[in-house]
Design a protein around this ligand. Structure first.
Ligand code: FE2
Length: 255
């Protein structure tokens, strides 16, 4: 597997990818998933949060909580916007599946962003003035970076599927980093671990990663498709790196 991953000449800094050959397209689902996981691990997306999580407090909970809430609010809009740009309804349906879950699968009371704020209210006083001001000052501007990715003229289906996989590939680490960030003592760990939000996300993330890996198998057939897909994949990884780096910086500066 490492030899396959190494044979990809990747340049994450400009989100482009030059392929010496096309080893990824020869892989089955589980090997492909492993290859994308290895590529994501190389970006060290969570390294800046590790020292923050060694020394947690209410400020870390507020910053992490606010930033995740904004992300969670944004994601259904972003996914449905991506779906609107896909070329067929079949592709649109694949992209919409996760948006449908995020929006409560037909039940507006189960919208994930709202379930998250319910869970967060256990560890943070979400009605306090301090939290309300953090909602504005800790807004993740990286979301604008993602939005801009959909503004160009060259939006291909593989690019959209690459963005989808890049957003999901680190989903398990995301949820565990979020959980650690918002729980600053053992009592909170127990209480938040029992909330609908964390129970559902700990169950679903693996399936989301499997589902978005199918985007590569089903919609990447040529070298150009693969380049577009990898461009989208790295664009999302860059978003996550910025999201967690900036979260860590805000935690440090507000202490
Ligand atoms: Fe969710």
């Amino acid at each position: 597997m490492d030899s396959i991953v190494n044979s990809l000449k990747l340049n994450p800094t400009n989100q482009s990818c030059q392929l010496a050959k096309s080893p990824l397209r020869t892989l089955g689902h589980s090997a492909l998933l492993q290859a994308f996981t290895s590529l994501a691990e190389r970006e060290n997306i969570f390294s800046s949060m590790q020292p923050i999580l060694q020394n947690k407090d209410l400020i870390v909970s507020e910053v992490v909580g606010v930033r995740w809430y904004h992300f969670s609010e944004f994601m259904p809009w972003f996914l449905t916007r991506m779906a609107s740009l896909a070329s067929t309804n079949r592709k649109r349906a694949a992209i919409c599946q996760i948006a449908y879950e995020e929006l409560g699968e037909g039940n507006p009371d189960k919208i994930h962003a709202n379930e998250f704020i319910d869970a967060l209210s256990i560890s943070v006083d979400i009605k306090s003035e301090k939290f309300q001001s953090a909602r504005e000052s800790c807004f993740p501007n990286e979301l604008k970076f993602l939005s801009r990715a959909l503004e160009g003229k060259d939006i291909s289906d593989p690019l959209l599927f690459g963005i989808s996989l890049g957003l999901e590939i680190v989903a398990i680490e995301n949820i565990e980093t979020l959980f650690e960030g918002v729980c600053y003592d053992e009592v909170l760990r127990e209480k938040l671990g029992r909330t609908e939000f964390f129970i559902i996300h700990r169950q679903n993330e693996e399936e989301h990663i499997r589902h978005t890996t199918n985007g590569f198998i089903n919609h990447v057939h040529t070298d150009q498709d693969e380049q577009d897909f990898m461009h989208g994949f790295y664009l999302s990884l860059k978003f996550w790196k910025q999201f967690w780096n900036n979260t860590a910086e805000l935690c440090k500066s507000r202490r």
